[in-house]
Design a protein around this ligand. Structure first.
Ligand code: AMP
Ligand code: MG
Length: 427
């Protein structure tokens, strides 16, 4: 165990953390429970989609040649021989001068090579759009082109084709594609269970009365919410007082998880209690990461009773530091366990309208709001005071500035990098 190691960069801390975690084993899940999980194998289509040629419009299936020269002035009359809904086959070939009234999605009857939409017939002119009875005549007002309004067999997917490759994250579109080939279950990498422990004598569970001098536990909830949002399963271990005994006991309760997250107790003031527990029980490094907010961070592993090594991320106590550190280090760890590789947030170049001073050589993740100006360019405004206890600044923000360690200040009008947390969050 190496205590109080030197300052390391955000990138180095992240590399070390990523190097620890692995993709979790594969499990079969119902389609909707697997959103955000990664597909473990290629998905191959067992049939063509669409499986048969079918109509893209409500109208009349015809032989295009029969409609030659049709116009409103000289309509072509065809005899309606059937009325075909989606879901049914019409197996008798359509003969010369015949039409089949057909609804979107219904398979094309043999012999028909075009569909004339209702709007190009006299149907809309008829009273109450009444369907013509079998044997009635329909007037076609426009010549149909061969293949008009037909969706062809296999135009979307061909049988035996890979429709979704292994490694793809399951989003609503993937759920739809998988369902369209008849699957209601998928093989995906398991979601990580993340055990979360808050530490500190002053910390109180929300919902309980607040004694003077105490504060409510914000961190367990912001971190658990992030775990869930990023695709993991949070497990709240509650709050530990700053004693070695209680902390040891609570940490042991969390060792069934895939990762353990604690908050607070890693800065200098109460470093000692957490440090003692970790030194005795785990193999933990205390890091000073060159970032703001956040600086103190612990990372290491405990050995579970079954011999598994459970990664431990010790977040700083200040609520903003805790969230930003989990965003930078916890999110990639969760993604890695999920089998995802896309943990890099989208970055935008935005023009800052505020001065962002960065005096102490750390990477500065200031909370900001990115909006698009009337000129089409992106602008960043700070959310206000940037203290690492001001949690409402996280709530107001949709992004974090990334002000490099070696940049002493960004001035109004300068272009800066912003890491987007929530593109869809309206400021
Ligand atoms: P520490 O790292 O223990 O020195 O805590 C730093 C600051 O974060 C202190 O002001 C703590 O009261 C605060 N803090 C620690 N844990 C939490 C928590 N779970 N929720 C909100 N604030 C916390
Ligand atoms: Mg404390």
């Amino acid at each position: 165990m190496e205590a109080a190691a030197g300052m390391i960069s955000v990138d180095e801390a992240r590399e070390r953390i990523l190097a620890f975690f692995d993709r979790l084993p594969v499990e079969r899940r119902p389609l909707l429970d697997a959103l955000g999980q990664v597909l473990a194998g290629d998905t191959v289509a067992p049939f063509d989609i669409p499986p048969l040629d079918n109509t893209a419009m409500d109208g009349y299936a015809v032989r295009a040649g029969d409609t030659a020269g049709a116009s409103p002035g000289s309509p072509v009359e065809l005899r309606v021989v059937a009325n075909l809904a989606a879901g049914y086959l019409h197996e008798t070939p359509i003969g010369p001068g015949e039409a089949i009234r057909i609804m979107t999605g219904a398979p094309m009857p043999p012999g028909a090579d075009a569909v004339v939409p209702f709007e190009e017939t006299d149907e809309p002119l008829r009273e109450a759009n009444a369907a013509p009875s079998r044997g009635a005549l329909v007037r076609v007002l426009k010549e149909a082109e061969v293949h008009a309004n037909i969706r062809f067999r296999a135009e979307d997917v061909r049988c035996d084709q890979v429709v979704i490759p292994a490694g793809r994250v399951l989003r609503p579109s993937e759920a739809g594609v998988l369902a369209s080939i008849g699957l209601n279950e998928v093989a995906v990498y398991r979601r990580p269970v993340v055990a979360i422990l808050s530490t500190g004598d002053e910390i109180t569970e929300p919902g309980q009365p607040l004694l003077p001098g105490r504060i409510y536990d914000a961190n367990a909830y912001s971190v658990a919410a992030m775990v869930r949002k990023f695709g993991g399963i949070p497990r709240l271990l509650g709050i530990s007082r700053d004693t070695v005994e209680e902390m040891t006991r609570k940490i042991h309760e969390g060792l069934g998880a895939d990762m353990l997250v604690t908050s607070a107790g890693v800065s200098r003031g109460d470093f000692d209690v957490v440090k003692d527990v970790l030194a005795r029980e785990g193999a933990i490094d205390f890091w000073t990461v060159r970032m703001k907010p956040g600086k103190p961070l612990a990372f290491g592993a405990f050995t579970a009773p079954d011999g598994r090594r459970v990664g431990h991320l010790g977040l700083p106590g200040n609520p903003v530091s805790s969230m930003v550190s989990f965003e930078l280090f916890g999110r990639p760890a969760i993604f890695r366990m999920l089998g995802r590789t896309d943990w890099e947030r989208p970055m935008v170049r935005a023009i800052t309208r505020d001065r962002v001073a960065n005096t102490d050589g750390r990477r500065f993740f200031a909370r900001c709001i990115v909006t698009q100006g009337e000129d089409g360019r992106w602008y960043a405004d700070l959310t206000g005071p940037q203290g690492s206890g001001i949690l409402t600044s996280m709530s107001a923000a949709n992004g974090l500035t990334v002000i490099r360690e070696d940049l002493a200040a960004a001035n109004p009008g300068d272009e800066i990098d912003v890491m987007m947390l929530d593109w869809d969050h309206a400021p």
